[in-house]
Write a protein that binds this ligand. Structure first.
Ligand code: 26Y
Length: 795
C-alpha cells in the first residue's frame, strides 16, 4: 500500500476517532491517529489467528503473570508489520516529526524487571511462531513508580500511563467475572459451598500482540477491578457523597498499583487479593473458552497449558480444583489430577526472602475454601508418595513454591545453573520425589525489539551481509562469522556502534547536561538495584580507579564512561544508599578536571524499557557481576551480547551459557563460582581479610567512609562500608581483586580497536541462541506438549 493511502487513514482517524482538525492536532493526537491506523492493520490477522485457533480446536498456552513489562508499543508494531518506511513517509507528508510523535507514547511499566520483561518477550515470540496464546495479568492503573533524583537520592512519584488513552487496547465490558473474598464455607449434600463476604468484578481489556511480519497475533488480556455495586444510592441521597462512592473506590484498589518490590516478600493482604483476583478471573475465562469448544472435561490437559510465571499466580492450583470439584462436581482426586496436568510453574529466584509464603490466618480469612483445599492437596500428595514427603502447609504458613511444585506437571528454571541449583537446594526433596518434573528452559529475548527495532544500524548491516532471515531465525547470525576477518565489515560494524554512541552522548548532553566522549569505552550496568547484583562492587572499583588515575594523571589511561541505571524498591534502604553513593561519586568525578577526561559516571533516572532500548545499542562493556548462584538468569546480559558489547561477568545465571557460546576469549570472567561462594562464607572475617589483602580496596573504602564523596555529611556511607567490610554476605570484598584484574584486562583489550571490534562482532554472531523464539520452542516441546502451530503447519 502506498504511503498516501496510509496518510489518508491517519487523517481519517484524526478526524473521526479523535475528533480533531489537522491544524489543531498535537503530537499526542498524531500519535493516537497513527496508532489506530497501525492497530487496524493488526486487527484482521488477530481475528484470523483467533478463528484458526477456535476452528482447529487448537491447544492454547495461557501465560499467567502479575507483570508484563511491555514498554512502548507503537514502534514495535510498526517494525513487526514492516510499516516503518510508510509511517515515516506519511508523517513527513503531514508535516509531523515521526520520531517526536513516537516519543510521546508512555512506557507501559506493568512490571518490575526481568520477570515482567520476559513475559513480554514470550508473548511476542508466541505470536511470531504462531502458537495460540493468551497472556493474563492485571491492568494496573499505576505501573512501576517514576524515579527522580533529589541531591542524588531516589525519589518516587506515581506513574500515570493511563492518564492518556491507551491506544492499543479493546475494552471488553461483556467479559466480566465476579471474584469473591472472605465469607464462609458450608456443606450441602456432601458438596462444599463457598459464600464469599464480598465480591469484586474483574473486567477484561485486550491488547493484540503482533508477531514478526504480522501473520499471527495473540492477546494480552488484563483485568481491571471494579465494584459489583459501584455506587451507594442511599448514602448519596442522604447527602454523604464521599461515602456514596466508597464501594467503587475500595474495589478498584485491587488493580490500582503494581507492587514495586521484587526482593522481599511482605505477606500483604492486598497483594494476595491481587493474586487471587487475576488468577481466578483468568481460570474462569479459560474454562469458559474450553467449554465453548469442547464437551468432555477430560480433554482439558490436552487443550489447555497454563504457565505460572513464578508463584504469584500459585493459587491457580487450588482454584482450578475448586472450579472442577466444588462447582462442576468432578471427584476430588480426578479434579486434582486434571488441574495438575494443565499447570506448570517457572521459578525465577532462589533468594529465600523473595519466596512467597502466606500465613494460614490471612489465607483462611481471605480464601477459606482454598486453605482447606490446600490441606487436602497435601494429603493427596502424601498418599501418593508415602514416606518422606513435603507439604505446602507448614508451621502455620502456606508455602507457594511447594504448592506450585506439587500442583505442576512441569517445573522449570531459567538457566542451566539456576535449574541445577533448584534441584540441589530449594526443591531438593520434591525433586527426589518427582525427578522428571524439573526441566531447564534458558531465557531468551525477542530480536525484533532488542535488535531490529532498537538497533537499526546493526540490523541494516546484518541484513546487508546475511539477508534478513535472522530476524525470526536468530541462529543465522552465526553466518556473520564468515565476515569477522573482513576489514570492510569490521569498519562498518564499528561505525554502527560509534554512531549509536554518538546518539547516546547527544541524549546524555540534552537530558543530563553532561558531556561524554563517544570515543571512550561505554561501560554499562542497568538493572534493578540489589545487593546481589552488586552495583556497589562496580562503584567501589570506580573509586579505586579514580584514585589510581589521580596518583598518576599522565599515564596512558583508557577513557571510560561508567553508566548506571535502575530503580530500588522504595523500602529497600541499602539499595537506596548505593544509588546515593553512585550519584555522589559521579558528582565528584565528573567535576574533577584532572581525571574526568578518563573517567565519568552517568546515572540517568527512571530506567525503563525505553531507556534500555537507547542504552544497550551504545554499550561497549556489559556489567553482569552478581554473586555467583544468585542471579537466576539475567536477560539484559543477552541483549548486550547480541548488540556487540563484551561482558565482564561472573559465572552466574545465563552468563555461563553466554560465555560458552561467545567463547572465553570474548568474555571477561572474574570471581568465585557458586560453590566457592558457599565455601568462602564459612571463612571467618572473610571481608576483613580481603580488605587487608588489597590496598586498593582498602583505600577506596576509606575514601567512601571518610566522606570524600559526601563532605556535607561525612558519615553518610558508614553503613555501606561497615557492611562490605563486615558481614558482606554478597562477597563484594572477596571478589574485588579479581574484578579489578578483569577490568584492567578490559582496558588493555579496548585499546586494540580492531581486536575489540572483532570480539564484539563475534558476540553478535554467536548469541543467536538467546532468542526467546528458541526458548518458546523449548517450552512447547518439553512443557506444553504443543507440536502444532502456524509455524509447524507451514514448516
Ligand atoms: C513476591 C515478590 C517479592 C516478587 C516480585 C517480583 C518476587 C520476585 C519478583 C521478580 C523477580 C524477577 O524479576 N526475577 C528475575 O527473572 C528474570 C527472568 O527469568 C531473570 O532473568 C532474573 O535473573 C531474575 O532475577
Amino acid at each position: 500500500m502506498p504511503h498516501t493511502e496510509f496518510r489518508s487513514e491517519i487523517l481519517r482517524h484524526l478526524t473521526y476517532t479523535l475528533g480533531k482538525e489537522a491544524e489543531m492536532a498535537t503530537r499526542y493526537d498524531w500519535r493516537m491517529a497513527l496508532s489506530y491506523t497501525v492497530r487496524d492493520r493488526i486487527t484482521e490477522s488477530w481475528h484470523d489467528a483467533m478463528r484458526t485457533s477456535r476452528d482447529g480446536r487448537m491447544k492454547r498456552v495461557y501465560y499467567l503473570s502479575m507483570e508484563f513489562l511491555i514498554g512502548r508499543l507503537l514502534e514495535d508494531a510498526v517494525v513487526n508489520l514492516r510499516l516503518d518506511k510508510q509511517a515515516e513517509a506519511a508523517m513527513l507528508d503531514l508535516g509531523v516529526d515521526y520520531d517526536a510523535v513516537v516519543a510521546t507514547e508512555p512506557d507501559a511499566a506493568l512490571g518490575n524487571g526481568g520477570l515482567g520483561r520476559l513475559a513480554a518477550c514470550f508473548l511476542e515470540s508466541l505470536s511470531t511462531i504462531g502458537t495460540p496464546a493468551i497472556g493474563y495479568g492485571i491492568r494496573y492503573e499505576h505501573g512501576l513508580f517514576r524515579q527522580t533524583f533529589e541531591n542524588g537520592r531516589q525519589m518516587e512519584e506515581p506513574e500515570d500511563w493511563l492518564s492518556q488513552r491507551h491506544a492499543w487496547e479493546f475494552e471488553r465490558p461483556d467479559v466480566a467475572f465476579e471474584i469473591g473474598f472472605g465469607g464462609e464455607v458450608h456443606e450441602e449434600n456432601g458438596r462444599c459451598i463457598w459464600t464469599p463476604a464480598e465480591h469484586v468484578i474483574a473486567s477484561a481489556h485486550d491488547t493484540p500482540v503482533v508477531g514478526w511480519q504480522g501473520s499471527w497475533s495473540n492477546t494480552l488480556r488484563l483485568w481491571e477491578a471494579r465494584a459489583a455495586h459501584a455506587f451507594d444510592l442511599a448514602a448519596f441521597n442522604a447527602g454523604r457523597y464521599v461515602a456514596a462512592a466508597e464501594p467503587g473506590t475500595l474495589a478498584r484498589t485491587i488493580s490500582r498499583v503494581l507492587y514495586p518490590d521484587d526482593t522481599t516478600e511482605q505477606g500483604k493482604e492486598l497483594r494476595l487479593k491481587q493474586e487471587y483476583f487475576f488468577t481466578a478471573a483468568s481460570l474462569r475465562d479459560i474454562l469458559a473458552r474450553f467449554e465453548r469448544e469442547h464437551d468432555d472435561i477430560a480433554l482439558l490437559p490436552e487443550k489447555v497449558a497454563i504457565q505460572l510465571n513464578d508463584t504469584h499466580p500459585a493459587i491457580a492450583g487450588p482454584e482450578l480444583v475448586r472450579l472442577l470439584h466444588d462447582e462442576r462436581g468432578i471427584e476430588f482426586n480426578a479434579s486434582v489430577d486434571l488441574a495438575r496436568r494443565c499447570l506448570n510453574y517457572t521459578n525465577h529466584t532462589l533468594l529465600p526472602e523473595a519466596l512467597e509464603r502466606w500465613s494460614e490466618g490471612l489465607m483462611g480469612r481471605l480464601l477459606p475454601r482454598h486453605l482447606a483445599l490446600i490441606a487436602r492437596i497435601d494429603e493427596w500428595h502424601a498418599r501418593l508418595n508415602p514416606g518422606r514427603t513435603v507439604t505446602a502447609l507448614e508451621h502455620g504458613q502456606v508455602k507457594m513454591g511447594e504448592l506450585s511444585f506439587i500442583m505442576a506437571n512441569r517445573v522449570n528454571g531459567v538457566s542451566a545453573l539456576h535449574t541445577e541449583l533448584m534441584k540441589k537446594t530449594v526443591f531438593s526433596e520434591l525433586h527426589a520425589l518427582h525427578p522428571e518434573r524439573i526441566v531447564n528452559q534458558t531465557n531468551g529475548v525477542t530480536p525484533r525489539r532488542w535488535v531490529l527495532s532498537s538497533n537499526p544500524r546493526l540490523s541494516a548491516l546484518t541484513t546487508d551481509r546475511i539477508g534478513e532471515g535472522w530476524v525470526d531465525d536468530l541462529e543465522q547470525l552465526s553466518r556473520l562469522e564468515d565476515h569477522v576477518d573482513d576489514p570492510a565489515f569490521l569498519d562498518a560494524y564499528s561505525a554502527a556502534k560509534r554512531a549509536n554512541k554518538e546518539d547516546l552522548a547527544a541524549w546524555v548532553k540534552d537530558s543530563l547536561g553532561e558531556k561524554i566522549d563517544p570515543a571512550a569505552m561505554f561501560d554499562i550496568q542497568i538493572k534493578r538495584l540489589h545487593e546481589y547484583k552488586r552495583q556497589h562492587l562496580n562503584i567501589i572499583e570506580t573509586v579505586a580507579l579514580w584514585q589510581e588515575i589521580r596518583d598518576n594523571p599522565n599515564a596512558d589511561w583508557t577513557p571510560r564512561v561508567k553508566i548506571f541505571a535502575g530503580k530500588a524498591a522504595p523500602g529497600y534502604v541499602f539499595a537506596k544508599e548505593i544509588i546515593h553513593l553512585i550519584n555522589d561519586v559521579g558528582r565528584v568525578l565528573n567535576a574533577d578536571s584532572v581525571t574526568s577526561k578518563f573517567l565519568k559516571v552517568i546515572y540517568p533516572p527512571n530506567y525503563n524499557v525505553t531507556l534500555a532500548e537507547r542504552l544497550i545499542p551504545a554499550a561497549d562493556l556489559s556489567e553482569q557481576i552478581s554473586t555467583a548462584g544468585k542471579e537466576a538468569s539475567g536477560t539484559g546480559n543477552m541483549k548486550f551480547a547480541l548488540n556487540g558489547a563484551l561482558t565482564v561477568g561472573t559465572l552466574d545465571g545465563a552468563n555461563v551459557e553466554i560465555r560458552e557460546r561467545v567463547g572465553a576469549d570474548n568474555f571477561f570472567l572474574f570471581g568465585m563460582t557458586a560453590e566457592e561462594v558457599v565455601e568462602r562464607r564459612r571463612v571467618e572475617n572473610h571481608a576483613a581479610r580481603a580488605v587487608a589483602d588489597d590496598p586498593r580496596l582498602a583505600r577506596a573504602l576509606e575514601a567512601i567512609r571518610s566522606g570524600v564523596f559526601s563532605p556535607e555529611e561525612p558519615d553518610r556511607y558508614h553503613g555501606v562500608v561497615a557492611n562490605v567490610t563486615g558481614p558482606d554476605y554478597f562477597l563484594v570484598s572477596s571478589d574485588f581483586s579479581d574484578y579489578w584484574r578483569a577490568q584492567r584486562e578490559v582496558d588493555a583489550a579496548y585499546r586494540d580497536t580492531a581486536a575489540w571490534t572483532r570480539a564484539a562482532a563475534l558476540n553478535t554472531a554467536r548469541s543467536g541462541w538467546f532468542s526467546s523464539d528458541r526458548t518458546i520452542r523449548g517450552y512447547m516441546a518439553d512443557i506444553w506438549d504443543i507440536r502444532s502451530s502456524r509455524a509447524f503447519a507451514t514448516a
